[in-house]
Design a protein around this ligand. Sequence first.
Ligand code: 0GY
Length: 292
Amino acid sequence: MTRIKSWTDTPSKPSFVPPAGAVDAHCHVFGPEAKFPFSPKAKYHPEDAGPNMLFALRDRLGLSRNVIVQASCHGTDNRATLDAIARSNGLARGVAVVDPDISDAELDALHEGGIRGVRFNFLKRLVDNAPRAKFLDIARRIERLSWHVVIYFEAELLQELIPFMEAIPTLVVIDHMGRPSVAEGPDGAEIQAFRAFLESHPNVWTKVSCAERLSAQGHPFDDFVESVAPLVEAFQDRVLWGTDWPHPNMQDAIPDEGQLVDLIPRLAPTADLQRKLLIDNPMRLYWPETRR
Ligand code: 0GY
């Protein structure tokens, strides 16, 4: 497999200055492979994108903290994610991917290492299978740690997954809004279906992220902004934002993170919304012990 480099070395400096304490609540690390090999089941083989690069990007963008989500290329070996968290001086926490037979002691060790959630991935191009009964078992096991579940699926699975998500006892966070089409604007069928789902499920949060994957138009992502800004307004206490750096597996239209940061004031036009999206909401989930 050819190694994929899915990020740019020279992101622009954003015009928008995030409020102090802003959290990038969806990003990943890859390797370094020599220390943390990729899973034999990985569907893509990235170049190394380690913690030093992530923290340099954080600083360049004017962000303060990271939530590192275990990427599918590392399977259920969370060592690269844990290593990055350990090097962050307390400024990163993470979301793990675990096997159903993980022991309680191993879950406790992940908690100690800064993990605050588990991810269930339903994308066929990223994982071989998504065993729902086993996922539910994991969800029940992590409840005692006050973790949450992060779910990644595509829009056509939304209705089918609702009973599964309703059976999850913890808070649920949906990656990238379950990848709706944004080409039709805020009244588009997939955006409306997702909005209805959030309205009827108060324990479900979402990440208003991945303009670069969801936009049919590309930069300046007007279709994404028009479709997603109403969700930020409507669900302002349940939205998170993230860069998705290093943009796993992207080979065309690799985004400039400076431009992604500049979407924030278009998605969340007031200082109040920006504070909720970038600080209050992610801090509540990932650093609940921090009194501000
Ligand atoms: C994302 C999106 C993707 C990949 C992964 O774990 C992963 O490999 O999440 C994707 O390919 O859409 O959220 O980073």
